[in-house]
Structures are given as C-alpha cells and as structure tokens.
Design a binder for this molecule. Structure first.
Ligand SMILES: *[C@@H]1O[C@H](CO)[C@@H](O)[C@H](O)[C@H]1NC(C)=O
Ligand SMILES: *[C@@H]1O[C@H](CO)[C@@H](O)[C@H](O)[C@H]1NC(C)=O
Ligand SMILES: *[C@@H]1O[C@H](CO)[C@@H](O)[C@H](O)[C@H]1NC(C)=O
Ligand SMILES: *[C@@H]1O[C@H](CO)[C@@H](O)[C@H](O)[C@H]1NC(C)=O
Ligand SMILES: *[C@@H]1O[C@H](CO)[C@@H](O)[C@H](O)[C@H]1NC(C)=O
Length: 379
C-alpha cells in the first residue's frame, strides 16, 4: 500500500518537473503592461502611461502559460533613496532581478496583453537560458537613462522592466521568433535625466561629505511633513539646483544637472528587425533551467509605500520638478489670489490629487492629445 502511494507521489513529482510547453506547441509571446504601483494607486498611474511590464507566453495547443519580468528588489524607491546613513556612510538595499513564474497572473493585474510574436518550445527553452543569463549579469536596478543634452550621448543606461522586455524581444527575434503580423508596434516608458557635461566618477562616494549631504536632504524630503506646497517646492528646488549624485550598482557619479533635468516619455519603440543572428544575444554556457514553481513574484510592493515616498519618486522620475512646481504655483496663483491663500491642510496627503491633475496637464502638453505618446518628447 505504502509503495503505491510513494509511486504515485513519484509520478506526480515527475509531472511537476516536466510541466511546461511541449515540443509541438506553438507559443504566443505577449507584451504585458500593468499600471505602476497598482496595489497602492489602482489604475491612477495608467492615466499617465506609467507601467510595469513583462513578457507572457501561452500555448495555442494547451492552456499552459508562463510569465517573466524584471523587478526592483525590494522596490523602485529603494533604487533611488538609500536605506540609511550610518556612521558617515551611505547604506543601500537595492537590486534587480528577473522573476520566472509558471503562469501569467490572471487576477486582473495586467491591464494590457499584446500579442507580439509566435515561437516554438525550443526557442522558449533557449530564451529562458538567455533570461537567466540576464538575471546573473544585470542584478541591479537603474530607473533612468542619463543623457548628455548637447551631444545626445547616452552616459548611463537604465535597467528597468522595459529594458528587459525589449532585450527579451531581441533575444526571441534572433532565436527565430516571428511577428504576429507586419504592423506590430509597442510603446514603452523612458525616464531620462539630462546633463550638458560628462559625468564624473566619485571615488569612495558612500563616505564622501558632499554625497552624504545630498542624500541626507533626499531622505529628509522623503519624510512626510505637514508643510505647504510652497515649502515643498522650495526644498526640491534647492535639492536639484546643481548636482545629482547618481548611485548605480555600487558606484557614484557626479551629474551636473541641465536646467530642465528630468523627462518622462511613453513612446513607440522599435522592435528588432533585419537579419536574425545568434551572436546578437548572450546565453549561459551551461543552462540547467528548471521550470520551478518559484513563487516569489512581487507584482507590487506589498510593504506599502508612504505618500511621501511615492511623491518623491513621481517627482524624480516622471516629471520635471521645476515644471510641476510651476504648474502648482500657477494653479494656485490663478485660482486664488496669492500663495497666502494656500490652506495649511495642503499637506503631503492631499498632494496626490494635485499631482495627478498636474500629470494630466503635462501629458496633454507632451502628447498633444489624449491617445498616448507620439514621440520622445522632453517635458
Ligand atoms: C536571479 O538572480 C538573483 C540574484 O540576483 C537570484 O537570487 C535568483 O535566484 C536568480 N533567479 C534565477 C531563476 O536564477
Ligand atoms: C496585428 O496584430 C495586432 C495584435 O494582435 C492587432 O492588434 C492588429 O490589428 C494586427 N494588424 C493587422 C494589420 O492585422
Ligand atoms: C530637514 O528638513 C527640516 C525642515 O524642512 C530642516 O529644518 C532641516 O535642516 C533638514 N535637515 C537636513 C539634514 O537637510
Ligand atoms: C498641520 O498644521 C496645521 C496648522 O499649521 C494644523 O491645523 C493641522 O492639524 C496639522 N496637521 C497635521 C496632520 O499635523
Ligand atoms: C561635483 O561637481 C561639482 C561641479 O560641477 C563640484 O562643485 C562638486 O564638488 C563635485 N562633487 C564631488 C563629490 O566631486
């Protein structure tokens, strides 16, 4: 009797291991998009085209699905703000990783699932090896590109969910993936920080006095306070006046900010075309990828994000600080007669609504319409 049970358990465990697509499956590749910080803000950030993205796979022959995406660990905010400053040293807790899941999240989290390509199981298996290599070679998260406004030189490349997705398209295409049709287009978020000079490496940045005071001010601003909008704008203005000390994967760079330093765009981005060539992609030399049921998906930050934090990241990444400030001030100057009339209750908690109003405004300015991005525009 016991032997039978053991045998059945053994069978089940075998089935677990071989679970996945079969060699004859035709597999569709999906471009998945979900509103950023869905758990906290619902679909709010979808209104400004701020998305998390990933790749989905489903078989046309069975109901198997699979999902791969790149996430910041423990979250995006931690990639911008240090964990703490202790004994004269800046301490970070940030990384990035590819997460693999045995099925596409079907809880309504993904707001868009767009068919891009079809592949077969061999391509899929090889793709997983590629993704594993990506996971091993890019284990940090970098929210934005740093671009020289004068020369258009890309000084720092972002490492975010969309970079993984586009690298994934590239991998799948070069492995032999075929587009669903000839008119497939896809858009992605791009956040850019502008400078007009080259960036300078900061030796021993985590103990550098200037760098520390920059991040002290950042941490200070990120703590929700009962203050007026004017006070907040002044603080941000002061902080982003001259230099930004960029932290990327253990290193610090001194970035001299352009007068309008941040831009956010959601724009159509080319998919790979032309001759397929395996030398365009890097695979792990020995790949022992197993379909595990590793269920460590962090689709959204379960720890929750304070209002101040989200405000900081929104300001940092999705808008030009100066423009938002200007809009807010104008709004008040126009609607009320002077900043004296800004009510004290306009503390951090009520800023969200204003900011999203500001977003709508910025978006309509940027895109000239309500139907998404139409180019790489700087706000
Ligand atoms: C991805 O990399 C992280 C470390 O950066 C590691 O903990 C994790 O196990 C890797 N995932 C896979 C599936 O290899
Ligand atoms: C191409 O495929 C996309 C995604 O399935 C679809 O939305 C679009 O209408 C298709 N275009 C044509 C010309 O078939
Ligand atoms: C933190 O903010 C408060 C009030 O906004 C200010 O008085 C204080 O100097 C700031 N501290 C640092 C280290 O910037
Ligand atoms: C914020 O400050 C105002 C007065 O300046 C006060 O009436 C209000 O209760 C304060 N709110 C909080 C949450 O401390
Ligand atoms: C960063 O560059 C500015 C000049 O653009 C300079 O004043 C500052 O000292 C530099 N900071 C560090 C830490 O090198």
């Amino acid at each position: 009797m016991n032997k039978i049970i053991i045998f059945i358990l053994f069978l089940i465990s075998i089935l677990q291991i071989v679970r996945g697509f079969t060699d004859t499956d035709e597999i569709v590749v999906l471009y998945l998009e979900a509103p950023l910080f869905f758990s906290k803000f619902g679909t709010l950030l979808a209104n400004v085209n701020a998305f998390h993205s990933g790749l989905g796979f489903y078989s046309l022959n069975s109901n198997e699905t699979y999902q791969v995406d790149f996430v910041a660990v423990p979250g995006v905010l931690e990639s911008i703000l240090p964990n703490r400053i202790e004994n004269g040293e800046i301490i970070w807790n940030t990384s990035g990783k590819v997460q693999f899941s045995d099925s596409i999240d079907n809880t309504g989290y993904w707001s868009s699932e767009k068919e891009i390509m079809t592949i077969n199981n061999e391509i899929f298996e090889t793709f997983l090896c590629w993704a594993q290599n990506y996971n091993e070679s890019l284990s940090y998260y970098q929210l934005f590109d740093v671009l020289n406004r004068n020369t258009d030189e890309l000084l720092v490349k972002s490492v975010v969910c969309n970079d993984f997705v586009w690298a994934g398209f590239n991998s799948l295409y070069n492995l032999g993936g075929k587009y669903i049709n000839d008119s497939i287009i896809a858009s992605r978020d791009i956040v850019t920080l502008y400078t007009r000079e080259s960036i300078e490496y900061v030796q021993d940045g985590s103990t550098n006095i200037e760098v520390i005071s920059f991040y002290e001010a950042m941490l200070n601003i990120s703590i929700p306070k009962n203050q007026t909008i004017n006070g907040l704008i002044e603080e941000l203005d002061e902080l982003f006046k001259g230099n930004f000390y960029l932290y990327v994967n253990g290193d610090y760079y001194n970035v001299t900010l352009d007068s309008s330093p941040f831009s956010f765009a959601y724009s159509e981005t080319p998919l790979p075309i032309g001759e397929r060539d395996l030398s365009n992609i890097t695979l792990l030399e020995s790949c022992h990828f197993q379909h595990s049921s590793e269920n460590d998906i962090i689709l959204n930050n379960k720890n929750g994000i304070g209002g101040g934090w989200i405000f900081i990241i929104i300001l940092l990444s999705f808008t030009t600080v100066y423009l938002v400030g200007g809009i807010l001030i104008n709004k008040f100057k126009n609607e009320k007669s002077g900043s004296d009339l800004i009510p004290n209750k306009d503390s951090w908690s009520s800023l969200g609504g204003l900011i999203s109003d500001g977003f709508g405004f910025i978006k309509s300015k940027v895109t000239g319409s309500t139907s998404g991005g139409n180019g790489y525009s700087s706000i």
